[in-house]
Design a protein around this ligand. Structure first.
Ligand SMILES: [Zn+2]
Length: 361
């Protein structure tokens, strides 16, 4: 596991869920200390607090009972870092890089396979040739150089998925319509090392996304984007999607998380999210369950969440996990289609949201 993968794995783990998996009784974010002999009445009133968002636990009496989700497992099982990591990967295979062997074997999983490019986190500005602010500006500027999808092969592909112009415009979908020209323009604007560092250029010194011309910017509430995913429109290309290097900063279409009371649909991937938006249903997307971050939970304030993972084994594992994580944070969830499996119109095994709404592949 690379450092970046480890960081993402830790970020996707709910420390409360892990504590419960170990058999600890967590009540209102607290559990009893591992060292009850140091406490009055054997720590009958739990002294260890959990910060779910920060992924941290801490005993208010014992100096040494504190740490992150991995140290929690280490302290509880009295084991090494790598043993704790193995335990977590076995307990949460669907969050683990590479996924569970069973899930990889499912054809619809391969369909959603996302390549995470490189491992160096952009959050370490000391090592990079540009600061974090400059990195963001370059991504912003790159997205400005792209064309709207109208009258391009990307548009044809989107229409095939029943995703139409109002949604393209709302989500500022973009495409690379002249790869050669854009490649030259970028080379003339920035140093090659900088372009490689921010994740736009490959090792050979050319623009990536040659086979992935459809670009989904991750807009923030000010409609700016410092992160995007790219998508192949030729069905023979593997992987179908590529992530910009570094971690996903927030869910796709985060402006749906406006703190107003209501429902929001949580889907796997941008295409499913766009499908819902086309139906005037408020939805947010995560590139995959492995990119969900527990620190995003506060964004879901005042929302009830409809979980809309793919209808396959990986999707079901993810659903059960997310129900637990949201539940621990006091956020109500329901599972899309649950209790309606007998209906003819319900999602079939192996389908995702776009398939269900009649998108063709
Ligand atoms: Zn203690």
């Amino acid at each position: 596991m690379t450092e970046e993968e480890l960081k993402q794995f830790k970020a996707s783990l709910s420390i409360t869920a892990v504590a419960k998996s170990l058999g600890l009784e967590v009540v209102r974010g607290k559990f009893r200390c591992f060292c009850p002999n140091r406490h009055v009445h054997g720590d009958r009133t739990p002294s260890v607090s959990i910060s779910e968002e920060r992924g941290y636990f801490r005993c208010w009496v014992c100096e040494d009972v504190r740490g992150d989700v991995i140290s929690l497992v280490q302290k509880f099982k009295v084991c090494s870092f790598s043993e704790a990591l193995s335990y977590l990967r076995e307990t949460y295979p669907f969050l683990s890089p590479g996924g569970s062997p069973a899930a990889v074997a499912t054809p619809s999983k391969a369909k959603n396979q996302v390549e995470n490019l490189e491992e160096a986190p952009p959050e370490t500005p000391v090592e990079g040739p540009v600061t974090e602010d400059e990195r963001k500006k370059i991504i912003l500027n790159f997205l400005k150089m792209l064309s709207p999808v109208d009258n391009t092969p990307a548009a044809t592909w989107l229409v095939g998925r029943r995703i139409y112009k109002p949604v393209w415009d709302r989500m500022l979908l973009r495409t690379i319509d002249d790869y050669g020209k854009l490649n030259e323009m970028l080379k003339n604007t920035y140093d090659k090392e900088v372009l490689q560092y921010v994740g736009l250029f490959n090792e050979k010194g050319n623009l990536k996304f040659y086979k992935h011309p459809l670009i989904f910017p991750y807009l923030d509430p000010q409609r700016r984007a410092f992160y995007f995913q790219s998508r192949a429109i030729d069905s023979s290309v593997v992987p179908k999607e590529m992530n910009l290097r570094g971690t996903v900063p927030y869910p796709y279409n985060m402006s749906a998380l406006d703190e107003k009371p209501g429902w929001v649909y949580l889907c796997e991937g941008v295409v499913d999210t766009l499908t819902f938006l086309g139906q005037k249903i408020e939805a947010v997307g995560i590139p995959g369950v492995r990119s969900f971050k527990v620190e995003w939970l506060p964004l879901f304030k005042n929302k009830n969440v409809v979980l809309c993972m793919d209808k396959d084994n990986a999707g079901r594992e993810a659903t059960a996990y997310l129900q637990d994580v949201f539940g621990n944070a006091g956020i109500r969830t329901i599972v899309l289609g649950e209790g309606m499996e007998h209906l003819k119109s319900s999602m079939k095994e192996g389908e995702d949201i776009n398939d269900w709404f009649g998108g063709k592949h």
